[in-house]
Design a protein around this ligand. Structure first.
Ligand code: DI6
Ligand code: FE
Length: 400
């Protein structure tokens, strides 16, 4: 029997490029063959001769591309609930970081946690994303800051893909923070770049990321890392303009970054540079919310410059301990003013683009059959509610 699945009686939000809306078709059907979308259209046009296909009646539910979380740090040890309390007592994120807390405290915990325990914790986090219809998770290193632990994190990330029906894309984030007592320049040249080379050699690196910020690395230091990435032919992306504007966005754009992430403090000249470079803006409302930020990304400028906007959880133990991509979609609307169409494009089509992937993120013939079926009538419902999970079922690689 051919490996075919026919979904009938479904509404489909195709989220495909030429249409600025949802690309919605109702009373539709969709045919999957060998893990890919073969055909979609009106139920009245279902091709003949499919009698031997497995069939699924969606009872009028909504089908979308499966969701993509294009920015996470779900492999990490420990937690930072104490810092949450400290911030509520008045300490700022930067003050905690400068006092040796923040990212550095997670580095200590991650170094102390063995690979098996890191994997168990990360799988739980991956499972909660999968339960919300996520088929693809980007996972960063960056809590090792030494060769051994950076590689350990990336190996765990790759293992998740073998343990679960989910795709994983990795980013090497060795330039996340300056290790305690180290000199930032020395660290970049003598630890971070060698760690990148070692991780690349093991096939663990899909992209190179960094944290360009007053409390982390400046543009000159990031530039040296990006130069090495370019020599190794690895695409780059950057955490930039999250807490201040120090030029990270323009640096990233000059390397044709896949994405520039956070970008609350990016100005119009930064956004013009992103447009020219074709970089995606990854908006991370969980970090904005957690840190009580007030500077919002210039959404109107991203729109007018046609810079695609993606939305992600930034799931990490410090600035965004958020395990829900649906909540990130809601927050991107409520806090940043995205429309529900933009929020869904941000976790499907534009999230795929932020990862440099062309085989997923929209519902179209030839794309991977990574799909989500929701117990909702209209696509705006996915962003409208929060704390509610309307997933009916997820299809991964054509399999229910
Ligand atoms: N920006 C972030 O939001 C995360 N990393 C970064 O560079 C925060 C990571 C953390 O606080 O542990
Ligand atoms: Fe992050």
């Amino acid at each position: 029997m051919p490996n075919r699945l026919l979904i009938t009686n479904v509404s489909i939000a195709k989220m495909d490029e030429p249409d600025d809306g949802y690309g919605l078709i109702t009373h539709a059907a969709l045919l999957i063959q060998d893990g890919k979308i073969e055909w979609l259209g009106s139920v009245s046009d279902i091709p003949a001769g499919l009698g031997d296909s497995e069939e699924l009646d969606a009872c009028g539910r909504l089908l979308t591309p499966a969701l993509i979380d294009c920015h996470t740090h779900i492999v990490h040890g420990g937690n930072r609930a104490r810092e949450f309390e400290m911030r509520l007592e008045g300490a700022s994120y930067e003050e905690i970081a400068r006092a040796g807390g923040g990212i550095i405290s997670t580095v200590t915990a991650t170094r102390e946690t063995d690979e098996a325990a890191l994997l168990q914790d990360a799988l739980k986090r991956a499972d909660s994303l999968i339960d919300e219809g996520v088929s693809l998770i980007e996972i960063k290193s960056g809590y090792g800051l030494d060769v051994e632990t950076e590689l350990k994190m990336l190996r765990v990330a790759r293992t998740i893909e073998r343990e679960r029906s989910v795709r994983v894309v990795t980013s090497f984030l060795g330039a996340h923070a300056v290790p305690k007592g180290a000199d930032a320049d020395f660290y970049i040249d003598k630890v971070c770049i060698p760690a990148l080379e070692a991780a690349h050699k093991e096939g663990l690196v899909d992209a190179v990321d960094g944290f360009c910020e007053g409390i982390a690395f400046d543009t000159v230091q990031m530039g040296r890392l990006f130069e090495r990435a370019r020599q190794l032919d690895i695409p780059v992306k950057l955490h930039a303009e999250q807490l201040s504007n120090i030029g990270g966005t323009k640096l990233a754009a000059s390397y044709n970054a896949l994405s520039v992430d956070h970008v609350e403090y990016a100005d119009k000249t930064d956004i013009a540079a992103m447009a020219k470079a074709g970089s995606v803006a990854v908006l991370l409302p969980g970090a904005f919310y957690t840190l009580h930020e007030t500077q919002k990304p210039l959404v109107e400028a991203f729109r007018s410059e046609s810079v695609p906007m993606a939305v992600a959880t930034d799931w990490n133990p410090g600035s965004s301990p958020m395990g829900s991509l649906l909540l990130a979609m809601n927050m991107s609307c409520t806090l940043f003013g995205l429309t529900p169409v933009e929020a869904l494009a941000g976790t499907t089509r534009n999230a795929a683009r932020a990862l440099g992937l062309k085989d997923c993120g929209i519902v179209a013939p030839g794309k991977r059959a990574d799909l989500a079926i929701w117990d909702v009538l209209e696509p705006a419902e996915l962003s409208y509610r929060f704390g509610v999970n309307p997933l009916h079922r997820r299809i991964f690689g054509g399999r229910l």
